[in-house]
Ligand binder design. Structure first.
Ligand code: ATP
Ligand code: MG
Length: 643
């Protein structure tokens, strides 16, 4: 039996979605095309990758994604239909046919400026709605823009979007995002608002218009640092077809200081639309755009300076200083490399390259002071104690949870970076907190819908297999029983077998028509049914015979159900009128009007008084006979006196 979470082609996922094929894979999930067998529509199911399914951090992020997005409804936003309940970890979304904007850029960039603007305006329409509802996307990038064949697009994955700020994550100062589209404040672990999404859109525009993102690097850390401290190369240098006004709009979106950027999707949309129409843009945009471009490349830092996190770049700065001679230049390059390395440490940027994401995601924080702090050894302390100790030292905290057989629940298993190391205040220190021994207590899922039960169990790292059984008391699709039973402690990865109701046992109703009642009853009992109400009617069928039944033969009925029958009591009868001694004509009329068919025979008589008179009848008057039956009358015919 396949498990309900089977994602192979043709499998029925979560009891409802028939997997058609895999659509793609991202940093933390796989996406499948499936047919929703209940609503008869195609859907895209995003399933959290196995390696994250026991990582509460990822499950949290994944579920928040669905919750945030489920509230949004807009033609430019991928609709979220459904999500797993209780932990494990899939999201059912609108299926968008087509390719991603990344595919389009790879194939056709640089895009024509008008086309790039049309695309950006649709993304802005989606962001506008989300921002109005307090949802920041936080992961705007071409991979999350789904292009339909008709040119309309939908923004997917209001991914790491957080509607108001998640305390643990903000407190930890950690952010996750794809480094190439990461706003500086996001890279620095600061709170983000709509301008962060507009920055990412600025990068997307830059990429559409030039074929490349402005900041590339061999690691996420590098790229993040470049967002923080480097000016982008002018778009018009990479692609001379880009109008200067459009470059200004993009550069304003890419301002390092979020306060200098557009503050809302509307603001940016209005200016993009002006560029499209060839109208002038605002002075503000022209000035800020120029300042973004004019920002000096970072001056060669001294090691002491690099301990200070980069301040927000000055709006106006002189041109980059040019080295006077090749030797000094070489020294400077050396210093820059050293500076970036030290800055990376100082900024406390940890690239958690997760699995095979190729460094696509990063967790970064920055600091604002220069004295170094020694990381204390906190193993064995409680989460609260350890957190307080780190905060007292001016360090930020990232909590991760992990099972441990030795360290009691809630205590620190390990500290990263390692205790004894020296870091600047503000650096994020990871505390691995024990979730206790690696066992889970199986919850009771009896009576739950199989999908809910499966999700609940899988969220705990358990595997689920199902068998079906009939049940009179448990509704179809709900769990009748589970093995092992609730409360039993097992290792994650153990299988729980659910017996799922296929509904009541049913039986096919046999045909009992034309049987007598005793036979009918025996036949029904043999089929596991009972004889129900019996109604008698007049019918041409012989009395005592079953004329009809309900339910009809061939239909199915829960076992023990009753079948009612209609039994013939023979045809309806009428009292035969007595017509003896009546004149033949009168007699025939009387019989006809009583519903009988008269049939006369004659008999010779010597009594003239009996001529034309009914002498006898059969059946006799007052007897009961079926309507329409024949009443024979004997009519006298005078043949003269004998003798
Ligand atoms: P990240 O993990 O950072 O979001 P990503 O966006 O590349 O990276 P996924 O969101 O997991 O990764 O999506 C993987 C791929 O699946 C996408 O690139 C896209 O091709 C496809 N895809 C995702 N959602 C849908 C959808 N609703 N309809 C059609 N295809 C989709
Ligand atoms: Mg995505």
């Amino acid at each position: 039996m396949t498990t309900p979470m089977d994602t192979s082609d043709g499998a029925l996922f979560a009891g409802r979605y028939r997997i058609i094929r895999r659509l793609g894979q991202g940093g933390m999930a796989r996406v499948y095309l499936a047919q929703d067998e209940s609503l008869h529509r195609e859907v895209a199911i995003k399933v959290l990758a196995d390696r994250h399914s026991d990582d509460p951090h990822f499950i949290e992020r994944f579920q928040r994604e669905a919750r945030a997005a489920a509230r949004l409804n807009h033609p430019n936003i991928v609709q979220v239909y459904d999500q797993s309940q209780g932990g494990m970890s899939y999201i059912v979304q609108e299926y968008v046919e087509g390719e991603t904007l990344k595919d389009l850029i790879r194939r056709e960039s640089p895009l024509d400026p008008r086309r790039a603007i049309t695309i950006a305006l649709q993304i802005l329409a989606a962001l506008r709605v989300a921002h109005q509802q307090g949802v920041i996307h936080r992961d705007v990038k071409p991979q999350n823009i789904l292009m339909q064949p008709d040119g309309k697009l939908k923004v997917a994955d209001f991914g790491i979007a957080s509607a108001g700020g998640d305390t643990e994550m903000t407190e930890a100062g950690s952010i996750v995002g794809t480094a190439q589209y990461l706003a500086p404040e996001q890279a620095r672990g600061l709170p983000v608002g709509p301008p962060a999404d507009l920055y990412a859109l600025g990068i997307v525009l830059y990429e559409m218009l030039s074929g490349r993102v402005p900041f590339e690097g061999d690691s996420a850390v590098n790229v993040a640092l470049r967002h923080v401290q480097e000016a982008p190369e002018p778009l018009t240098e990479r692609n001379p077809l880009v109008p200067v006004a459009l470059e200004s709009v993009v550069m304003r979106a890419l301002a390092k200081d979020p306060r200098q950027r557009y503050q809302s999707a509307d603001e940016m949309g209005i200016e993009l639309d002006q560029v499209r129409q060839g109208l002038p843009i605002s002075d503000e945009t022209a000035v800020i755009g120029a300042a973004t471009l004019a920002m000096a490349r970072p001056a060669p830092p001294t090691p002491a300076e690099t301990m200070v996190a980069p301040p927000l770049p000055p709006r106006e700065a002189g041109p980059p200083r040019t080295p006077a001679n090749p030797n000094r230049r070489r020294l400077w390059i050396l210093l820059i490399v050293l500076g970036v390395v030290l800055l990376a440490i100082a900024a406390g940027v940890f690239a958690f390259t997760r699995g095979d994401t190729g460094g696509g995601t990063t967790t970064a924080t920055t600091t604002t002071t220069s004295a170094l702090v020694e990381i204390p050894d906190l193993t064995g302390q409680t989460q609260a104690e350890a957190t307080a100790a780190l905060k007292a030292l001016g360090l930020a905290v990232l909590i991760t949870k992990q099972a441990s057989a030795d360290v009691p629940t809630g205590q620190v298993i390990a500290v990263r970076p390692n205790p004894g190391g020296r870091v600047p205040p503000g650096t994020t220190i990871e505390l691995q907190i024990s979730t206790g021994p690696n066992v889970v207590a199986i919850p009771s899922v009896q009576g739950s819908a199989v999908g809910t039960a499966t999700a609940q169990l899988e969220a705990l790292g358990l595997l689920v297999s199902t068998v079906e059984d009939v049940s009179d008391s448990v509704a179809e699709g709900n769990v009748i029983s589970q093995a092992p039973s609730a409360g039993v402690e097992v290792k994650p990865g153990s299988t729980v077998t659910l017996t799922v109701s296929s509904g009541q046992q049913t039986t096919i109703v046999p045909n009992v028509a034309k049987m007598d009642i005793a036979n009918a009853q025996n036949t029904l009992i043999a089929a596991g049914l009972v004889l129900g109400a019996q109604t008698e009617v007049n019918d041409a069928a012989p009395a005592g015979q079953v004329v009809s039944q309900d339910p009809a033969a061939g239909t199915s009925l829960p076992a023990g159900g009753s079948v009612s029958v209609v039994i013939s009591k023979g045809p309806a009868t009428t009292t035969v009128p007595s017509v003896v001694n009546q004149a033949r004509g009168t007699a025939e009329a009387t019989l006809s009007s009583a519903g009988f068919t008269p049939s006369a025979t004659e008999q010779a008589t010597t009594d003239p008084a009996q001529d034309g008179i009914v002498i006898s009848q059969d059946p006799a008057g007052s007897s009961q006979r079926p309507q329409g039956s024949t009443v024979t009358i004997v009519v006298g015919r005078y043949t003269g006196s004998t003798g």
